[in-house]
Structures are given as structure tokens and as C-alpha cells.
Design a protein around this ligand. Sequence first.
Ligand SMILES: [Zn+2]
Length: 51
Amino acid sequence: MPGGDTGGDTGGEGGEAVCWLERVCPGCGALREGREDAPCAACGAPPGATD
Ligand SMILES: [Zn+2]
């Protein structure tokens, strides 16, 4: 499980989709790995920048 260091997230993809949705960059769609409050490594967009 690459980058699976969220701690306790072992439910696979059958439950809280919003959990990883919050980690998807709203700017470029890349999945941010590591800290969910870190800016996108691809485009530098801050987390939560939905518009
Ligand atoms: Zn991005």
C-alpha cells in the first residue's frame, strides 16, 4: 500500500471515499501523499482550495 501512512485507514475502497477525496488535488487531480494538509506536490495548490 504505497503512501498508506494515514494510520488506521485499512478499509480499502469500500467505505469513506471522502477520506481520500480530500486528498485529491482540486487543481490538477493528483492524489497528495503524506500529510493531507500539505500543498500539492504536482502544482503546489493548497489543500481545500476547491475554487
Ligand atoms: Zn495539484
